[in-house]
Design a protein around this ligand. Structure first.
Ligand code: ZN
Length: 111
């Protein structure tokens, strides 16, 4: 949906490493205002990576590609598992984002 809307609005849509990368004014707005992703440079939704701009996509590609692989591995269970991991981290007094097991893997800091 966002790919189609961004394309129609004159945004940029491309294919890199098996994922659709999109950026434009709608993507930028979403990344600034949507709960859970606000302030992020990019976010992955399945095989779609939404970035603030091309520089954000270029800088976060390695990280977001790990999330693409996680989506492939977990399928429809990815988002529930992701949020459960954040909840577990928070209940343990840790950071729900930085100590999320999926983020640890994406940052290359998991065990
Ligand atoms: Zn991430």
């Amino acid at each position: 949906m966002i790919v189609f809307l961004e394309f129609c609005r004159g945004g940029n849509v491309g294919l890199k490493l098996g994922a659709v990368e999109v950026h434009g004014s709608l993507s930028e707005w979403l990344l600034k205002h949507l709960p859970f992703v606000e302030g992020a440079a990019a976010v992955t939704l399945g095989h779609v990576i939404v970035g603030c701009d091309q520089a954000c996509l270029d800088q976060s590609r390695t990280h977001e590609q790990v999330h693409v692989k996680q989506y492939e591995r977990w399928g429809p269970f990815f988002l529930p598992a992701y949020f459960t991991s954040s909840l577990v981290a928070k209940l343990r007094g840790k950071d729900p984002y930085l100590d999320n097991r999926f983020e640890l893997e994406a940052y290359g800091t998991s065990d």
